[in-house]
Write a protein that binds this ligand. Sequence first.
Ligand code: WT7
Length: 657
Amino acid sequence: MSQNQEFENLANETRSFPPTPAFTNAAIAKPELYESARADRLGFWADQANQLHWHKSFTKVLDWSNPPFAKWFEDGELNISYNCLDRHVEAGFGKRVALFFEGEPGDTKVFTYRDLLNEVKKAANLLLKLGVSPGDRVAIYMPMIPEAIIAMQAVARVGAVHSVIFGGFSADSLASRIQDAEAKIVITADGGFRKGKASALKPAVDEALANQNCPSVEHVLVVQRTKGEVAWNPVTDLWWHEEMQVVSNQHEALGFGAEHPLFILYTSGTTGKPKGIMHTTGGYLTQASYTHKNVFDLQPAQDIYWCTADVGWITGHTYVAYGPLANGSTQVIYEGTPDTPDWGRWWDIIQKYHVSIFYTAPTAIRSFMKLGRKVVQHYDLSSIRVLGSVGEPINPEAWMWYREVIGSNLAPIVDTWWQTETGAIMISPLPGITHTKPGSAQVAVPGIELAILDEAGAPVGPGHGGYLTISEPWPAMLRGIWKDPERFQETYWDRFPGSYFAGDGAKFDLDGDLWLLGRVDDVMNVSGHRLSTAEIESALVSHPFVAEAAVVGAKDETTGQAIVAFVILRSSQLNDLGSEADTSKILRDHVAKEIGAIARPRTIIVVSELPKTRSGKIMRRLLRDVAEDRPVGDITTLTDTSVMDTITGKINAGHSE
Ligand code: WT7
């Protein structure tokens, strides 16, 4: 199915669900939000920012005199950790639960706001003791345990900059991120529990740091989680629990400038090198807390909120580590996988903690859909009142299943579109206000201005596909790419001068509702995780067997897209090779080792040639046709038009892996 045909199907969607009057009457977000944002956009954002605690008030909302480098609330000063913790304790909510931690083996821990503040103060003192100063980078490579959040909060509290690296990334990926940011400290754990067993993390840190490979690193703080054996470097390594015992729990949070850097988060782009997306403090926290409150209809004193994202991704930053805490909410965090000990685990957690707001990804929903309602029906999910979706387009079928089976046909679904770069939600219905259609992300949130443009930069009308752009700066926007201002300018701002180019295709339907159509660049979205074709290609060609590689994202029923790699093997190595199945396994494992298990291709197809244009560009469009098993499109621009016959002939003969 082509993208256009698919949109036709979506555009025919006639189901629309109005919010229930009961929900609307009690909802946090009021229609006036749209009105006031439209009437005075900057004044609106100033009002949102003023919900935070400022050590020093700001006098100017936005400085956009040097685009694309925005400054929000620049002369204001605040401390993000003070906003997330101290102010709630000072307001008398110290006994409210901040975190319900559920370990995969079934162990649990509860942190009230007072407890969490206490831990964060100690961790802040520990960082100071290790010589961390404002602006220094601290790498965090952790499982989904409370210490990950404590570490992020502590780094931010002392004005240092965290770079969280997802625990599924390999030692090489970890090393390149540590090197790029010149991190002074690495905070990690011996391991975490996943799929019913302890999975080690520390060895990847050891490998990344071996042979003075990461000379910036002075110390490695190791949280003890699995109690597995760890190799120990007495010069650098320190046990977190030992150090935390000997530091003071007194720490005053100082104000930092609103534009003080908060974190770097690496994400894949269209080249082989990940981009260090930079976020700063005041604007980020403003939009994080505003969206968390209004999009999820958060009633902090009653709701139990659970976002299943790992802190290694932007969702785990904005909607686990910062937004919920800034709003004084109670949240659940879970360490493990949804299928351990069985596929009932998530629903068991919802039942156990009475989760009322649940935020997850379409991939997960589709996996459960495949298993059928039975798995879910054993559990009482009646506490759920708002459902969120994020990370990739949600197909109408999965949306309906989510609504019917998880939300009992009552809970509004908020399909939230945003990116690592946008920092916070940009497009989403507001529960209680917006009629929702299965599969549509609906409308920009109040305060956000967007446009869908054609190739020439003119707005496309309703019913036509185009490029999603953001027309006005927004508070949580990225402030740049670490050490690479040119790439920042080129990637996001050169294509449509004055507007931010998101890299996604989108359409408005005839009702003015917005539909996301997937990426328009060489970025794949696998299970809601962003991966670059170029990065995987360069991992493949780093193997001695491989002469050339081309990677495409092919549609996949569960994961959204799946990685399909076409490779040409080196003739000199062919004698060393076993069957194609062996080669495929070797190469899939090689990519997992180079980048991380999330990048392991689903399919490797060995070919003798790749389709190229006369200028030598690989025609990925044609390979995608092959990978998605449909007739190959226009081949007239190929140097050698017989190449596609050879490739498809091979596929049809059933030789593919
Ligand atoms: C890309 C951003 C935002 C946190 C998770 C991913 C896709 C994200 C949606 C959605 C359709 C979506 C886009 C976007 N995406 N949310 N609700 N509907 N597509 O963050 O890794 O920065 O990826 O994810 O393609 O550009 P990310």
